[in-house]
Design a binder for this molecule. Sequence first.
Ligand code: PLP
Length: 337
Amino acid sequence: MSINYPEFKPLAHLPTPFRLLERLTDEFDGPRIWIKCDDQTGCSLTGNKVRKLEFLVAEAISENADVLVTCGGLQSNHCRATAIAAAQHGLQSHLILRGDFESYKEGNLLLDYLVGAKCSFYSSREYLERLQDIFTEVSRDYQSSGKACYLMPTGGSNATGMWGYIRASEELRADFVQNNIEPEYVVVSTGSGGTQAGLTLGFHLLKQATQVVGVAACDNKRYFSSKIQSDVAEWCEKYAAGDQGVLGHEGLNIETWDDYIGPGYAKSYPELLEFIRWMARLEGVILDPVYSGKAFYGLVSQLRKGRFKDCKDIVFVHTGGIYGLFPFAKSLVTESH
Ligand SMILES: *Cc1c(COP(=O)(O)O)cnc(C)c1O
């Protein structure tokens, strides 16, 4: 089927590179491992959020918004990408951040400040309990000075943002055709679920029989199953006139692994850091400890167990996260490494 996209603003450098990881493949008696480099959607404006923002920013502009408002952790890649995309379109940005400003004025937060994002900080507890109220208060403040806000949820994961990864699934299919492969699995990090949702729905719409696996950076399987189903239902409501028939009888096949989170969201563990160093040296692939590192570590752990022995091709989608790497400098590079 051909997909009718809503309007979008070009922000990402597309298509992103797609290549075979030869040395990694040689490590295992198993499938070929390919990488889709969405860490190369751009330099400062980089990672998976850029694809979602193409659609979100277009919608904000069509609604005559002045300020993009979104939320996340202090080192949120999504907040940084939103702040830069806003600056590139002459919009303001306001970031609702979980954490204390004094702790990391570096990485993503440094870039947020450079492009003039207005940041407000909340303790984890207040953020968890009052996030919706904070959004309301922030937008009311702008309203009272005559400015309209466009509100985006965590990770830009809603029906609009999902288009970014529906479009990416078409791009991936073109990569498959060009390389003459039919991968059994595409593995990707999942956090707010929009990337996993977009790819899962995209392949479904394209009748591409590749299973998407989301490797959780937080939460658990059950959470992602219901989050993705509700995002997809919202998408059907908004773009398919509520017709869930586009999903067919069997619905979507949502697969999530939640065994590689370690001690918690954005918390690393020694095997993960060792793996990040190993991949950087083996393939020149730079992963981050919050998302892409945990996801790729999950894939490689499964390969080591022989899980994909009978598969021919597996694709890892690198979602970026480079600026989230810098706050881990002390634990990643020590004298003995
Ligand atoms: C946000 C993010 C993810 C997770 O994507 P979601 O769409 O939020 O699930 C994965 N990797 C990186 C680097 C991210 O910034």
